[in-house]
Design a protein around this ligand. Structure first.
Ligand code: TXA
Ligand code: MG
Length: 351
């Protein structure tokens, strides 16, 4: 695709990192790689720079940001942002157990320090913290010497970027730099959990660390929070510009007339053969212009890694709309994949 942008790629070299740090210290914002998706970074304690993130993304101010910290002992890494002393003993233990996933795709919501700007937390008494497991993100955080807030580097409600090219397509006309860290290895955002003062742990967003893995560390995890507490969890999110219809289940249940609506479709399968999927839909009388599988062999890590780039590609392709299979269920990374596809379909459902 050809579009005009003035975003400059910084290489992940000593010079590139130094330029990135200078820019951030001067109050600038830039695209940053992580192992999940690319983020749009600013100094967590610079309220003006944080405001520039919201403006560039056109993100509503009620949607709080994640602060990223460098690799170190988890308690000392969160100290500038969060108050572990406000947690009871059980909660401290759960935090320590969860933090064994760091560095990695897990975000932990903790009581915040007064020093954290309200803009970062959307006025909530808590702050979301994560230690990314990407060598370039780690190098940037260490060189910068403080926490960086970074929402996914897409315009609000759009598909998250997993390559520098996608960051350029989303924000190239309004953000001056992106630090090049190659394609993201995980491909879906971090899992977000809250640790309450009494030690309860709640899942606010499924993501790169499966819920089962967290339950192995801290026991049963409750679901969700109030709408106020996880305001970023708006329904329509990760949305392509074309309508996306999520099938109720696997393709074999699609019958004639099940997919009403005009025009040829692009088919997105999470696992299994793209060609078999195409044939199945065509037998039900649906014209399939393009078919893609996130993992022909059924590997959910491969599927997660391919999810957003494939959605982007189908969105740019010739089909009038996208039809997606929900995938093999809510286990492991399947939970995050199904969640993102459901949100991507929310706008079409609302229409
Ligand atoms: O993998 C990721 O987490 C990526 C990379 C760049 O690190 N970042 C990311 O950020 O996905 P963002 O802004 O797209 O999503 C942040 C989520 C939002 O859904 C928001 O509601 C939730 O984290 N969040 C942030 N602070 C919170 C808080 N204090 N309480 C509850 N939820 C919070
Ligand atoms: Mg996002």
């Amino acid at each position: 695709m050809c579009y005009r942008h003035s975003m400059k790629r910084l290489p992940p070299t000593a010079e590139g990192l130094a330029a990135a740090v200078d820019h951030l210290r001067g109050g600038g914002i830039l695209g940053m790689p992580t192992e999940t998706v690319y983020g749009l970074a600013a100094s967590a304690f610079d309220a003006r720079a944080v405001a520039a993130i919201f403006a560039a993304k056109e993100r509503p101010l009620f949607d709080p940001l994640i602060a990223h910290v460098a690799e170190a002992d988890p308690a000392s890494a969160v100290a500038p942002l969060a108050r572990l002393d406000a947690l009871g003993e059980a909660a401290c233990e759960r935090f320590a157990a969860l933090a064994t996933c760091w560095p990695g795709p897990l975000t932990i919501v903790l009581p915040k320090r007064a020093e954290v700007p309200d803009l970062v937390t959307a006025g909530l008494p808590t702050v979301a913290v994560r230690m990314p497991d990407h060598p370039v993100a780690q190098a940037l955080l260490r060189a910068f010497g403080g926490p960086l807030v970074a929402p996914s580097a897409n315009r609000f409600g759009r598909i998250s970027p997993t390559t520098v090219e996608a960051v350029e397509a989303e924000l190239g006309d309004r953000v001056p730099f992106v630090l090049d860290g190659g394609p993201c290895a995980i491909g879906v955002e971090s899992t977000v959990v809250a640790v309450d003062a009494d030690g309860a742990v709640r899942l606010l967003r499924p993501g790169g660390v499966p819920r089962e893995a967290l339950e192995g560390l801290v026991g049963a995890i409750g679901l969700g929070g109030s709408g106020i507490e996880a305001p970023g969890q708006v329904e329509s999110h990760y949305a392509p510009s074309k309508p996306l219809t999520l099938l109720p289940a696997a393709l074999d249940v699609v019958t004639d007339g099940a997919l009403e609506g005009p025009g040829a479709v692009a088919l997105l399968r999470v696992v299994g053969s793209a060609e078999a999927g195409r044939q199945r839909l065509e037998r039900a009388g649906i014209e399939v212009i393009e078919a893609a599988s996130l993992s022909e062999v059924g590997d959910l890590s491969e599927a997660a890694r391919a999810l957003f780039a494939t959605l982007r590609r189908l969105d740019e392709g010739p089909a009038a709309r996208i039809v997606a299979e929900p995938g093999p269920g809510e286990r492991g990374l399947g939970h995050a994949i199904a969640d993102r596809l459901r949100r991507a379909s929310a706008r079409a459902r609302a229409m």
